[in-house]
Design a binder for this molecule. Sequence first.
Ligand SMILES: CCCCCCCCCCCC(=O)SCCNC(=O)CCNC(=O)[C@H](O)C(C)(C)COP(=O)(O)OP(=O)(O)OC[C@H]1O[C@@H](n2cnc3c(N)ncnc32)[C@H](O)[C@@H]1OP(=O)(O)O
Length: 194
Amino acid sequence: MSGSSAALQPPADAVKPVRHPDAPAPGELLGAHYGGCFGCGGDQPHGLHLEARAGEGVRITAEFTVQAAHQGAPGLAHGGVLATALDETLGSLNWLLRTVAVTGRLETDFLRPVPVGTTLHLEAEVVAVAGRKIYSTATGRVGGPDGPVAVRADALFVEVKIDHFAQHGRPQEIRAAMEDPDQMRRARAFEVNP
Ligand SMILES: CCCCCCCCCCCC(=O)SCCNC(=O)CCNC(=O)[C@H](O)C(C)(C)COP(=O)(O)OP(=O)(O)OC[C@H]1O[C@@H](n2cnc3c(N)ncnc32)[C@H](O)[C@@H]1OP(=O)(O)O
């Protein structure tokens, strides 16, 4: 049984999402948006190290292999970690819109247990945009990209200015990110709009 709440139904004035002309090409590996990110960053020893690729249209695919550090019950992935994998994949859609947006709401269905060692094959898509609100959906499959769905989510991301992070983040991490030329290059890629 699944289905999203009224808060995640796009309003009547919502429009179809538009892939940005400078979005990464289909098949391109996106790389981490921030090395310290628990979802995609390479600097987090127990992070998910999720790898996302641009798809066609406004779609993303990603893979994440469940490690022992991600357990909830013995030998099984923690639900919060699986929600993180969905959230991170949905967040990667930002690259295709070239919009900076954060998760406002995430509704998750857990359909099958996911054992440690499993690779979760994720797919996400933007379904509608209404002003700053971005409506999207994601699935995570096991046993291969066409395997059964183990987890799914619907989400609302809300567009923010890049200053959102400088305003709310802890100063020491913000300072370090601003001093890192690679990080600034990635941040600028998000900032450019048509
Ligand atoms: C360097 C590269 C970085 C790139 C960064 C990429 C990061 C991706 C990482 C993965 C994703 C994450 O984990 S992101 C981290 C987790 N999320 C967060 O920390 C977000 C915390 N929340 C917030 O900062 C705020 O609540 C916002 C920004 C979401 C919204 O605040 P706001 O800007 O004041 O806007 P507000 O007026 O409240 O809302 C705008 C519209 O959205 C609707 N709205 C807002 N929240 C909700 C909600 N939960 N459910 C339904 N609807 C909502 C409002 O009704 C309104 O609709 P209407 O009246 O216009 O119709």
